[in-house]
Design a protein around this ligand. Structure first.
Ligand code: NAD
Ligand code: ZN
Length: 326
């Protein structure tokens, strides 16, 4: 089968033939139909996160089960599935305390979904949607009427905005340098938009909200935007860092701000419980509350994958998907 392989950082992916063995007892072979391009893949391609090479990237996908190992009873051949990085063993301390997303088990898991869910939209749920929506609903637990800022409106940020609307947030402020993204954010639920090119982001948010927000979400992965997320909080507010800040980089905060009970936290894959969250997200789409079609910017062939990442790097796309059967 064909795969886009990363041999060296900062070099194009190479499309080549790879082979997979038959699934082991607890493994499943999936015919991948669609894979979304996530900025996390780009961070690895740019060497911002260490990873052994060569590697086949792509962790946001949907497809059809082809074969299952002898011990697998949760899915069967022919099932439509979404993949998820948030594997859990079910027996360690974190799992038994309900924090399955922090389990250190390392094999990708999948979840069967209804067959009338379009696979190219289902793929997005596997990372971008669950991460953005879950950061708002599960990690930060945004309450009705609370004010929210989302810094970085790519695939993950749009899901945070749509999630904030589902959660009943009050003001939902979208921050991005691309006017087209800000326009789409408004369609997905943003009540206000802020373009960093029009002046200091923290000051703009403070003016809009009369002193700061209850929740900010950094969905970009940069030191300066993580610092902005903390600096724009009202007393008692919480900044949630979703973006992958380059490995080894530190962020700086004013110690005084903690006296007013401001908080900062990380969010891994939206603190999901994927067997509960993913069917809910599928239902939200089916009922018209999650506007997944709106954030597919391009449907690409596997041979176009490097162009897809170049467009992402230029900040032009919300989500591009690779259609394997195209
Ligand atoms: P993306 O590239 O699609 O989106 C980034 C957005 O930021 C773009 O819309 C771009 O225009 C905007 N931007 C650029 N400069 C900006 C600035 N100065 N201020 C505001 N916006 C600016 O990325 P994505 O796929 O949505 O991923 C976002 C981040 O989330 C990445 O760092 C990714 O690695 C991370 N991520 C984390 C998890 C997790 O579990 N924590 C999971 C998935 C992705
Ligand atoms: Zn991802």
């Amino acid at each position: 089968m064909k795969a886009a392989v990363l041999h060296e950082v900062n070099k194009p992916l190479v499309i080549e033939d790879v082979s997979l063995p038959n699934p082991g007892p607890r493994e499943v072979l999936i015919r991948t139909s669609v894979a979304g391009l996530c900025h996390s893949d780009l961070h690895f391609m740019e060497g911002l996160y260490p990873h052994p090479l060569p590697a086949v990237l792509g962790h946001e996908s949907a497809g059809i089960v082809e074969k299952v190992g002898s011990d697998v009873n949760y899915v069967k051949p022919g099932d439509h599935v979404v993949t998820c990085l948030s594997v859990f063993c079910g027996t360690c301390d974190n799992c038994t305390m309900g924090r399955t997303v922090l389990c250190t088990d390392t094999t990708v898991k999948m979840l069967p979904i209804r067959k009338d869910m379009p696979l190219e939209l289902a793929a997005l749920i596997g990372c971008g949607v669950i991460t953005g929506y879950g950061a708002v609903v599960n990690t930060a637990k945004v309450g009705p009427g609370e004010n929210v800022v989302v810094i970085g409106c790519g695939g993950v940020g749009m899901a945070a905005i749509n999630g904030a609307q589902i959660a009943g947030a009050g003001r939902i402020i979208a921050v991005d340098t691309n006017p087209a993204k800000l326009q789409l954010a408004t369609k997905l639920g943003a009540t206000d938009i802020v373009d960093p090119r029009n002046g200091d982001v923290v000051q703009q948010v403070r003016e809009l909200t009369g002193g700061g927000v209850h929740h900010s979400f950094e969905v970009l992965g940069r030191k300066e935007t993580a610092e902005q997320a903390f600096a724009m909080l009202a007393p008692g507010g919480t900044a949630t860092i979703v973006g992958m800040i380059p490995f080894g980089q530190k962020i700086e905060l004013h110690g005084f701000d903690f006296l007013r009970e401001r908080k900062i936290q990380g969010s891994s894959m939206g603190s999901n419980h994927f067997r509960v969250d993913m069917p809910r997200l599928v239902e939200f789409y089916m009922r018209g509350r999650l506007h997944l079609e709106d954030w597919i910017s391009a449907k690409l062939k596997l041979s176009e994958i490097n162009e897809g990442f170049a467009e992402m790097k230029a900040g032009k796309t919300v989500r591009s998907v690779i259609m394997f059967d195209a």
